[in-house]
Structure formats: structure tokens, C-alpha cells
Ligand binder design. Structure first.
Ligand SMILES: [Zn+2]
Length: 223
């Protein structure tokens, strides 16, 4: 799955879990959690893509530590991260026992494939609905400093997507417009990046206003 689906499914899983256990997980964390397993792309060739960071025997202990240390927030974040492995095992396979075994697990619906496109674009749609219902849309529509953190998932999604496209030796433009399915996914990425970019602009605006009149500025965590 591409970064669009990973960040969006992560947001859905983390936010729904956060709501169930009554903890607030910020939007930037919810979007970032599911992107983290693909951070191995940054460390290529030191770490091979789709190995250690896609292994259950490595991620599960890390998630356990996060849950013990951060309770509900750790759980919401962990489920966001684990949604990456679920998504990858639907469109492809993951090595759940790596490095002990190279055994691959998954139902391999294909990437790109109509199923993958539906999952990625559908996830974006769910994010838009959820963000409207839980009030996260204000990170984009209102000037508040907390929106600045959206730069973290934004930069991650952009750089990893570029590296991923480069990594497969496919020129980005040809890659983006090579198939109808991919074009929809490219459009989805553009929509997500555009929204995050708007949020970052709102954060910068709030920070500038706060600098000019520090005493009157509102707290970034109150919306
Ligand atoms: Zn992955």
C-alpha cells in the first residue's frame, strides 16, 4: 500500500481506538503512526525495505512497551502502526517472523490494483468524515499553533513517496500517470498533502500572531 492509505488507515484506527479508551491522540500522531514502518526506506541500503519494520516479532514488543508506558495513547498509536502491517498483508505480503524466518504472510490482492485503490481512496474518505465529526478539521480551517505539527506527517509522506518512486527506478511522472488506479491514488496523495499543507500554513500564521502579541495569544492546545 502507498503512503496515502497507510497514513489514512492509521488515522482511522488510532482515532477510533482513542475514542474507545477515552484518550486524545493528536491528528499528526494518528497520521504518522502508520507511516513509521516505511521509514526503513530512509535507511536503505542499511536496512532492506519491508523486513525488520514489517515484522510482528519486532513491532509487537515495541507496541507492548508503548502501551505499558503511555497506556491508552500508546494503544491508539500502536494500533495505527500495526494497521500498516494489516494493509500491506491485504495488498501484498509481510514477513511476520523476520529475521527468524523469511516466511511471508498475506492475501496479495495486488499493488497497484483496483482493490488497493479502493482501500486507499476509501481511507481518505473515512478520514475526511472522521475529521469533520471529531473537530480535527479545525486544524485546517482555523489559525492555531497545534496545526504546525502536521508538517511531520506531511514531510514524511512526501519524502517517502518520492523515495519509493525513485527506488523502483520509475520516473515519478510516468509512475504517477501510468495507470488509472495509480492516477486516483496520486490524486488522493495530492488532496491529503494539500490539506496537511493548509494546516501547516494555519500553524505558521498562529505562530506569527503569537510572536507579535504574546500576551493575547491563545494556547495551541485549546481549540
Ligand atoms: Zn510497508
Amino acid at each position: 500500500m502507498f503512503l496515502l492509505g497507510h497514513s489514512c488507515w492509521s488515522y482511522v484506527f488510532s482515532k477510533v481506538t482513542g475514542r474507545q479508551v477515552k484518550v486524545y491522540i493528536p491528528a499528526y500522531m494518528a497520521l504518522l503512526a502508520g507511516v513509521l514502518p516505511d521509514f526503513d526506506i530512509y535507511f536503505k541500503p542499511l536496512i532492506q525495505h519491508h523486513t525488520y519494520t514489517h515484522s510482528l516479532i519486532i513491532l509487537l514488543p515495541i507496541c507492548a512497551v508503548l502501551i505499558v508506558r503511555f497506556k491508552g495513547l500508546g494503544l491508539a498509536f500502536s494500533l495505527g502502526t500495526l494497521s500498516h502491517l494489516v494493509a500491506d498483508s491485504i495488498v501484498g505480503t509481510i514477513p511476520p517472523l523476520y529475521p527468524l524466518s523469511n516466511f511471508e504472510f498475506g492475501i496479495s490482492l495486488g499493488l497497484p490494483s483496483p482493490a488497493d485503490t479502493a482501500l486507499e481512496v476509501g481511507a481518505l474518505g473515512l478520514v475526511l468524515v472522521l475529521a469533520y465529526l471529531n473537530g480535527d478539521y479545525r486544524l485546517v480551517t482555523e489559525s492555531q499553533r497545534g496545526s504546525l505539527y502536521l508538517i511531520i506527517p506531511m514531510v514524511s509522506v512526501v519524502t517517502l513517496t518520492l523515495l519509493f518512486a525513485g527506488d523502483n527506478n520509475v520516473p515519478l511522472a510516468a509512475f504517477a500517470f501510468s495507470r488509472k488506479a495509480l492516477t486516483l491514488i496520486t490524486l488522493g496523495h495530492a488532496v491529503l498533502i494539500g490539506i496537511l499543507c493548509l494546516g501547516v500554513v494555519q500553524g505558521v500564521r498562529a505562530a506569527i500572531v503569537e510572536r507579535k502579541q504574546p500576551s493575547q495569544a491563545s494556547s495551541p492546545f485549546v481549540s
